[in-house]
Design a protein around this ligand. Structure first.
Ligand code: AMP
Length: 380
């Protein structure tokens, strides 16, 4: 059923991280209040929201009380149980639906779903015991990546396999079973697409962006991706097919590999605003966060146009954060601080965006110069 949430209504956001923070900021501009559910006080989202609850995501009493205080519910992270979302969905609309979370939380279901709707992925196999591992090595071959099927992110819970010995060791190390065995993709680059879909089925896709990771954590996104037009278009078509296949209401990101022969393979679905879409805040009239709020609130979805090219660089851990005073002093860098108090290594503390005229994304040297203190090879 389509709703049109009036201003001053309350959007409940499960999760208190930076994605919730930036969603709450976008919601506030449209006249909505946000109520954050987080398991810790002073979460980045709660710091900018009208109301917050600190409580256990798995406590039915907490979830019930939270749901009763809001008009519509969304989530900004995936470590809540789908059963918890089901419980809240019995009280208020939950968007995207718990069914979407169920698929994205479980790599085996995610890969089956993707292949089922005709979206290619790396070849994969489900692994529950050493015999299945031997069969997978035989059928798919090595090198490969072994991942826990549930709740791994940013490279946690995954191991690279080069030999059968590695495979045996990895099977023992990754104690959480089942596992997914994936062929190692020899990719030319990684790309992603954020797509928004309304309850009326209208979809808009942001431009395909190119992503660089360090230690499995996203460091830099380039908008648009420096790939042939056909590749960028194929990636957007995959994202739309996924959103439609999931009957999505909200935004999602699909992370993909571009192989050396120009094929696009889907790797992962994130049913929420995504780090690789942060550039849209500064380079698009309507950001991924506003698009998400519009979709879940039943507002129309405008075109996802890009008025500028952009490079987005994450500020990760204490080392990057130590550059903050230089970042805010650098002409042209648009700083975003998430308000986190403790800068642990690997933790995303903020990001910066650098805009360029549309079509004017410079080469590597130009980008490095434009990033100032955050240039690759600099002390960032
Ligand atoms: P994931 O946890 O699946 O998002 O993987 C994190 C990162 O690990 C990806 O962004 C890739 O850089 C790398 N990776 C994951 N799976 C594969 C694969 N099958 N082949 C090559 N690289 C991979």
């Amino acid at each position: 059923m389509s709703i049109l949430l009036p201003p001053n209504s309350t959007i409940g956001i499960v999760g208190g991280g930076q994605l919730g923070r930036m969603s709450a900021l976008a919601a506030a501009r449209l006249g909505y209040r946000c109520h954050i559910l987080s398991n810790e006080p002073d979460s980045p989202a709660a710091l900018v929201a009208a109301a917050s609850t600190v409580g256990d995501y798995e406590d039915p009493a907490v979830l019930r009380a939270f749901a009763h205080q809001v008009d519509v519910i969304t989530f900004e992270f995936e470590n809540i149980s789908a059963e918890g979302l089901d419980l809240m969905a019995s009280i208020r609309p939950v968007r995207p639906s718990p069914a979407v979370l169920r698929i994205s939380q479980y790599r085996l279901a995610e890969k089956s779903f993707l292949n089922g709707i005709g979206v290619p992925t790396a070849r994969w196999a489900a692994i529950g015991n050493p015999t299945e591992m031997e069969a997978a090595i035989e059928r798919i071959g090595l090198p490969a990546v072994l991942k826990t099927a549930r709740l791994g992110y940013d490279g946690k819970g995954q191991m690279l396999l080069r030999s059968p010995d590695d495979a045996a060791r990895a099977f023992r190390t990754l104690t959480q079973k089942p596992l997914i065995f994936e062929a190692l993709v020899d990719f030319r680059c990684e790309v992603s697409v954020v797509v928004a879909r309304g309850s009326d089925g209208r979809m808009v896709t942001f431009d395909t962006v190119e992503n660089e990771h360090r230690h499995h954590i996203l460091t830099t996104s380039y908008a648009p991706a420096r790939v042939p037009e056909a590749v960028a278009t194929a990636a957007q078509a995959i994202a739309r097919r996924v959103a439609e296949g999931l009957n999505l209401v909200g935004v999602l990101a699909v992370e993909m590999f571009v192989t050396s022969d120009g094929k696009v393979l889907a790797n992962e679905i994130a049913p929420r605003p995504h780090n690789s879409g942060h550039w849209t805040i500064d380079a698009c009239p309507v950001s991924q966060f506003e698009m998400h709020v519009r979709a879940i609130a039943g507002l129309p979805l405008p075109q996802a146009v890009r008025h500028s090219d952009a490079v987005m660089r994450n500020l990760i851990g204490p080392d990057d954060l130590a550059l903050w005073s230089e970042v805010v002093a650098t002409e042209g860098l648009i700083p975003h601080h998430y308000g986190k108090i403790e800068a642990r290594p690997g933790r995303k503390m903020g990001h910066v965006t650098r805009l360029f005229p549309r079509g004017g994304l410079p080469g590597a040297h130009g980008i490095a110069a434009a990033l100032g203190p955050l240039a690759p090879g600099g002390h960032g």
